[in-house]
Design a protein around this ligand. Structure first.
Ligand code: FES
Length: 121
């Protein structure tokens, strides 16, 4: 096998089909409580993201994914999450907010307008 054939096979193996209808990125950044930038972690993100993961799993939907992300640059407003491919940025504040995002947006396809922090273009 030549090097180019090996490279082609490797590229094929790494090609991931677009299988998600919704892919949620959640900021897991944790800075100290007095840090001037603030952070999602310092604003209580962890229990919300744990609930989000469990709620997504409970849907049984394999086309909804959740990925931990680093800072998404809205630190003071955290906890912050963004849902693609729609590009919707949410600021959930409570477990009930998480439940609503899952039921309404991720399962039902209807945005939760009251929790959106970045106007969509
Ligand atoms: S720390 Fe979460 S957006 Fe920056």
């Amino acid at each position: 096998m030549t090097d180019s054939l090996t490279a082609d096979a490797a590229d094929e193996a790494l090609e991931i089909p677009q299988v998600y209808t919704h892919h949620v990125f959640c900021c897991f950044t944790q800075r100290p409580p007095q840090h001037p930038r603030g952070s999602c972690g310092a604003n209580g993100a962890q229990p919300l993201w744990e609930r989000l993961g469990k709620k997504i799993e409970a849907t049984g939907r394999r086309d909804i994914a959740m990925t931990a992300s680093g800072c998404l640059s809205f630190c003071q407003a955290g906890p912050i999450m963004v849902v693609y491919p729609q590009g919707v940025w949410y600021q959930p504040r409570s477990p009930e907010d998480i439940d609503e995002i899952v039921a309404s947006h991720l399962v039902g396809g209807k945005l939760v307008e009251r929790l959106i922090i970045v106007p969509r273009v």
